[in-house]
Design a protein around this ligand. Structure first.
Ligand code: BEZ
Ligand code: FE
Length: 644
């Protein structure tokens, strides 16, 4: 099948990938100036550590998208992220198996991991830490030259060694003779591969119809299935640990001439890779590979120990790894997180107690200070919501720059809206309606597939205690008006009838009034609950509804007047359909030709919901009975979405 999305521009792919990422704590501009580099990475990932250290070492600013790659979030499996990342993997062999290493030179291209760099100036996506690091070093004029040509061979050799170290194996798997990993891993890693595979299947199901994407998910699913087998193998886990101890032993030999850095007396890209590797090993509890005095290794490697210390205290590494927000210490690296080693603003903010934001509040740091107070939010969801609310509120105030009188007025407006919200009159809901918020929440929560009937807003006039009617009943309850007959079917997405579905109907009269608003009426009318027959059909008689104004005598009316907006809802019949095994559909059928279809104050109209209500004579109902003549006939087939 052709995949139209493959030809989208890089800017579109970036926009799509950024869409689901909205948390300002994790999406920010690091440094000042150029927004050339946009990096997708994760606080805790070793490959991300390498790229961040390169960026800080070079002094290159970047737009940071710190995405969660651990369960349950697994944002790196989102099809929009995978699609963007795949731009950087074009022409490369996809990952086929699992070796416990993250080297992309030997393992193939993994479409669902971090880091991914977008270089907007070069209009390119670059994937994987080694290639990204080299690209930034080549392209960014400034900071340390990390890959001097004269040392290329030595640097490549060292990076190959780091890349070949089975870090991932010892992260996910326990040593057969005892799990020496940090407590947080001992607790969280069992079952991780099953969870990853489940989330990948979810991502894959969203990508159906895009063969290049489903192929990517298939490759990654194979890799994770192989990883699960690998880390469960005592032999493989034992040899991964032995291999690491051997790699550290070899490094000790190469450091024998007391050189400061691994390739000589200048700090290079190879040192960045070693810094990240050794820190990860220490974080994992494998510092015994150089400290010795451990059941698995009793040989000390003092030169590696001193080298590691030099690397861990380098400012770029401190900033990019140790004090990067959201990169928590394990019990094995606590000493590097002590206050006296804090060297950056990040570090300072990391040490503040929850809820504290510092005392030097200025216009330019107020939003950050408020965000800082949200750091202690009890759940990631609470944090996301509070952050977004803070960020948008302050952006609004910065844009509008209200006078004090205006701000007082705004607070009074909301207070009055609250006071007007009682019982049947819900002014706050109406405010949400006219601001499109109700429609937005409705759209977010009812993303039905193509071909299914679209949802729309419920409105305030649905009544739980409505009467039940047989098909064909007249539900007008004696309210006068032009007769209307509605017929239709309830179908599944394949067109098969859904028998026994509950079909709820409610609508206004030809004055725009609902029964519960009619002062001289006692009892319900113009509403009822039907059930579809075996062929999925329902039908009833009533009177024609018409357009009507939403309540405009409160604060919402004031707002609509100020904006010179219409208060008129176009004429419609509300319908709610429920059937076991299907998602509930709440929608409306609008009268074609209504003059208010294009200016619905609550944003409920969709083209697919507009139908002709045709004046007809001698109409026969599905059961052969005669319909009132003349009547306005409307037909609509409601297509339901299966529950997942
Ligand atoms: C309605 O269609 O019944 C409605 C929806 C939103 C606000 C007011 C009325
Ligand atoms: Fe309505």
């Amino acid at each position: 099948m052709a995949d139209a999305r493959e030809s989208r521009s890089l800017a579109d792919l970036v926009d799509a990938a950024n869409g689901p990422l909205s948390d300002p704590m994790r999406n920010r501009h690091v440094g000042t100036g150029s927004r050339r580099f946009e990096l997708y990475h994760f606080a805790l990932s070793v490959c991300s550590h390498k790229v961040r250290t390169v960026l800080f070492e070079k002094g290159a600013p970047f737009v940071s998208h710190d995405i969660h790659i651990l369960p349950p979030a697994m944002e790196n499996y989102h099809p929009d992220y995978v699609r963007l990342r795949m731009q950087g993997g074009k022409g490369r062999e996809m990952v086929t198996g699992y070796t416990g290493r993250s080297s992309t030179t030997t393992e193939g291209f993994d479409p669902c991991v971090v880091p991914t760099l977008v270089d907007h100036d070069a209009d390119r996506v670059i994937v994987d830490s080694r290639m990204i690091g080299e690209h930034i070093d080549r392209e960014w004029q400034g900071g340390t030259e990390l890959c001097p040509a004269r040392l290329k061979r030595e640097i490549d050799r060292e990076i190959n060694i780091v890349d070949g170290t089975p870090h991932v194996a010892v992260l996910y798997g326990a040593h057969p003779d005892g799990d020496f990993r940090p407590a947080m891993l001992r607790k969280n890693m069992p079952g991780a591969h099953d969870y990853k595979i489940m989330k990948l299947m979810e991502g894959r199901s969203l990508a159906v119809g895009h063969p290049h994407l489903t192929a990517a998910y298939d490759a990654k699913i194979r890799k994770e299935a192989a990883a699960k087998v690998y880390v469960a193998s005592p032999d493989l886990m034992r040899s991964a640990t032995d291999e690491i101890i051997g790699i550290v032993g070899d490094l000790e030999e190469r450091l024998a001439d007391e050189r400061a850095w691994v390739c000589g007396d200048v700090f290079t890209m190879a040192d960045i890779h070693w810094a990240v590797s050794l820190f990860r090993l220490q974080w994992l509890g494998m510092g015994f590979a150089w400290t010795g005095r451990h059941a698995l290794n009793d040989i000390e490697r003092p030169r590696v120990a001193a080298y590691a210390r030099r690397l861990f205290t380098r400012p770029s590494f401190q900033e990019a790894v140790i004090h990067w927000p959201g990169n928590p210490p394990s019990e094995f690296v606590q000493e590097f997180y002590q206050a006296e080693q804090a060297s950056t603003a990040n570090a300072v903010s990391q040490q503040r107690k929850e809820g504290e934001h510092g005392r030097d509040i200025k216009e330019e740091n107020l939003t950050a200070a408020v965000l800082e107070t949200m750091r202690g939010a009890r759940t990631p969801r609470a944090q996301k919501v509070l952050n977004a609310f803070t960020r948008h509120l302050h952006a609004f105030l910065e844009e509008v720059e209200p006078s004090e009188q205006e701000w007082e007025w705004a607070i009074e407006f909301l207070t009055k809206t609250g006071h007007l919200s009682t019982g049947g009159r819900q002014e706050f809901v109406l405010l949400s309606d006219v601001m499109g918020a109700t429609a937005r929440v409705d759209l977010i929560n009812h993303r039905f597939p193509d071909g299914a009937t679209e949802n729309s807003v419920l409105g305030p006039f649905f009544v739980e205690e409505r009467p039940t009617f047989p098909n064909g009943a007249d539900i007008s309850g004696g309210v006068s008006g032009d007769p209307m007959v509605m017929t239709g079917r309830v179908l599944d997405i394949d067109g098969a009838p859904v028998g026994g579905a509950r079909v709820d109907i409610w609508h206004s009269d030809d004055d725009g009034a609902y029964d519960i608003m009619m002062k001289d009426r006692d009892g319900l009318a113009l509403r009822g609950l039907f059930r579809t027959d075996a062929e999925g059909r329902f039908w009833f008689t009533s009177i024609m509804p018409t357009s009507y104004p939403i309540p405009d005598d409160g604060t919402v009316g004031q707002l609509l007047k100020a904006a010179n907006r219409s208060v008129m809802r176009p004429g419609h019949v509300h319908v709610r359909v429920e059937a076991p095994g299907f998602q509930r559909l709440t929608t409306m059928v609008f009268i074609e030709g209504d003059p208010h279809l294009d200016s619905d104050p609550v944003f409920g109209v969709k083209d697919s919901l507009v139908r002709p209500f045709v004046k007809t004579t001698d109409l026969r109902l599905p059961d052969g009975q005669k319909a009132p003549s003349p009547c306005y006939a409307v037909e609509y087939d409601f297509v339901l979405t299966k529950t997942t």
